[in-house]
Design a protein around this ligand. Sequence first.
Ligand code: EPU
Length: 364
Amino acid sequence: MLVEKNAPLQNANSFGIAARAHTLVRLREEGDVSRAVAELRLDRTPFFVLGGGSNVVLTGDVKPVVLKMEIKGLRLLEATPRAWIVEAGAGELWHDLVAWTLAQGWPGLENLALIPGTVGAAPVQNIGAYGVELQDRFHSLTAVDGLTGQAFELDAAQCAFGYRDSVFKHAAPVAGEGAGEGAHGQRGMGLAGRAVITRVRLALPRAWRPALEYLDLQKKCHETGIAQPDARQIFDWVCAIRSAKLPDPAVLGNAGSFFKNPTVTAEQCRDIIAREPRIVHYPMADGSIKLAAGWLIDACGWRGKTVGRAGVYEKQALVLVNRGDRHSERRSVTGGEVMTLARAIQTSVYERFGIQLEPEPVVV
Ligand code: EPU
């Protein structure tokens, strides 16, 4: 466990926002987490877990203790007749895990290639892309309770996964309002600001089938004439699609999709289609309709626009980017500028479509 004071965070967040952590603790092994809980009295001190920093907007110096997750390790835990169960340290890069499993001959994560960030952050927002979500491959995870220092395990049901959502995004109830010891992860009980994920286990089914429902992948099948791609081929396609559409955070700071795709009722959707016949929409299994937030923002004329040093990416309006110098402390975008732009976008989408967009990254 390594404790740093007044630690710079500019290289630790993918937007490249210049901010400092009053206290930053590097967690290299599971024991470090319980040690940090005891030594820094995390039961009474707010803390914030930072993985790859690819889904956060820092709006100033961070006063809560920053726990920088750096626990490594990739291993096959078990080969059952139905699946390979692999385990990864929360501090591993997600893409490295995807590439490693494919190199071992265990397909299943290829649609999730090139998603920035760490393994530990993946369950928090139930990462998803090109028709597959983390929850489709999730087995279980180990976390340490920031109040007690005790390790515990959660299965998929206890993680309460939703679209870009999980139990880790919801605040714990105030003490005395139910949910006592041992109630970890029950639906309705939030673990935000409490659980520190240390290891994640995935089940990669031996009965692998390609997930090709997503339009961009169908186009690739069509263009190449490959109707039955293997996992390696899908991995290459997903990497190519992402690289063409999404900015590389090492070059142009960003936090991926800035808003969630909103869901509306079939009736609301009919009203909108009557006014906007070209609106991109996807019917969901539960009868609701998901709208493409990128399309809504684009339709409001935001694509390619810049306000201060915050901008809307020219190839995908759902991504806000750092138009300042991401390597300079003084010339980089600020979290305030990003949030000002985000609010302006929310207002215009609301005024035109009556839809409230919800930010996807965690705002600190
Ligand atoms: N669109 C526009 N204009 C734009 C952007 C998009 O018209 O400026 C249209 C596209 O033409 C398309 C539709 O909107 O018809 C959807 O766009 P896209 O296929 O790029 O996907 P998305 O819904 O915008 C989601 C995820 C991405 C994920 C992709 C691929 C969310 C919030 N975002 O984006 O995830 O990579 O699907 O599966 O669900 C992330 O979460 O950071 C992320 C990048």
